[in-house]
Design a protein around this ligand. Structure first.
Ligand code: PMP
Length: 366
């Protein structure tokens, strides 16, 4: 018996089936050109239409103000860990940047920034990534070039439900794993970046939204392909961009638009994640999510089975039960173990409901 596969992967992640079908339909002959987007010159007028359409859809979906540039770059989220300091740490002479370190990804970003300037971690070091220190405990440096945070920590399932107040210092956010999962007031940020492979497409392209006045401050050793000013002036075409990934993003953005935009995504994502957290909360400690309730991620739900540290036999039983029902990629990140269900935009309510069955089955049987 063939069961439909449900992909709960943390990224690359599920894409809307209609997007895949459209890409398939257009693969051999894109819009009457007789060729595939994979084979198309990035300087052709056809590709120009694709990249411009992708940008205008993003501007529309996020209400991006006119004084922001939108870039489509290679190098992934990790490429931005170095691009951000290379471009922005020189905004002020001190070359100092404030970092909030609330999980694996912000920790990696802070470590990379140390190569280019001084990094100040604004709160006491966390011994586990399960909470966001209260803003009253942060010591922000008023002469920092920028304040950096990761709005959703994919590995630990820690998500900000507020925008940090920086008292005028440029705010930078890694939104790789919750981009377009809810509305965001772009005007509060100096820079937002996000890899596409979770909520808005496939691997290969990273979106950068950057306020114009921040361009032109790159360190002199900044590689030219990472220089936001150069890429902004060239409409992300200084060199060959990830053309096909940009095309896939345009299809996903259209899908988001047709499904109600970022506000509709937010409602859906809240509903989906609540279903899982409700079961965890009602399980009398059988399922354990270590994350503070105030910052539990709507995108990545990490939990242990059986007890706080996880009962490996029961976790295997859960994964086997899920796998028998066609559900894949539910294993927690190798650094934390346990289970992680990622519920990005393309994961439907029905997909999420399906997960309740294997959750209830071992709960009831144990
Ligand atoms: N930031 C976050 C929040 C991520 O989840 C990831 C990847 N999972 C990255 C950065 C790194 O992205 P990439 O693998 O594209 O370099």
């Amino acid at each position: 018996e063939h069961k439909q596969t449900i992909n709960f992967g943390a990224g690359p992640a599920k894409l809307p089936p209609s997007v895949l079908l459209q890409a398939q339909n257009e693969l051999l002959n894109y819009s009457g050109t007789g060729i595939s987007v994979l084979e198309m010159s990035h300087r052709s007028s056809d590709f120009n239409k694709i990249i411009n359409k992708t940008e205008s859809l993003l501007r529309e979906l996020l209400n991006i103000p006119d004084n922001y540039k939108v870039l489509f770059l290679q190098g992934g989220g990790s490429g931005q860990f170095s691009s951000v300091p290379l471009n922005l740490i020189g905004l002020k002479e001190d070359r100092c940047a404030d970092y909030l370190v609330t999980g694996t990804w912000s920790a990696k970003a802070a470590k990379e920034a140390e190569k280019y300037g001084k990094v100040n971690v604004v709160h006491p070091k966390l011994d586990s990534y399960t909470k966001i220190p209260d803003p009253s405990s942060w010591t922000l440096n008023p002469s920092a070039s920028y304040v950096y945070y990761c709005s959703n920590e994919t590995v630990h399932g820690v998500e900000y439900n507020f925008t940090p107040e920086t008292n005028g210092v440029v705010l930078v956010s890694d939104m790789s794993s919750n981009f377009l999962s809810r509305p965001v007031d772009v005007s509060k940020f100096g820079l937002i970046f996000a890899g596409a492979q979770k909520n808005v497409g496939c691997a290969g392209v990273t979106v950068v939204i950057v306020r114009e006045d921040l361009l032109g401050h790159a360190l002199k050793e900044c590689p030219i392909v990472l220089d936001y000013k150069v890429q902004a002036e060239m409409n992300s075409l200084y060199n060959t961009p990830p053309c096909f990934s940009i095309y896939i993003m345009s299809l996903v953005l259209e899908w988001i638009k047709n499904n109600g935009g970022s506000a509709a995504m937010e409602m859906l994502n809240k509903q989906k994640s609540s279903m899982i957290y409700d079961i965890i909360n009602a399980s009398n400690g059988f399922y354990v999510c270590p994350v503070d309730t105030a910052c539990r991620s709507r995108m990545n739900v990490p939990f242990r089975v059986g007890k706080k540290e996880g009962n490996e036999a029961l976790e295997k039983e859960f994964l086997d039960g899920a796998s028998k029902r066609g559900m894949i990629s539910l294993k927690g990140h190798r650094s934390v173990g346990g289970i992680r269900a990622s519920l990005y935009n393309a994961v439907t309510l029905e997909d999420t409901k399906a997960l309740l069955l294997p959750l209830l089955v071992i709960y009831v049987l144990t």
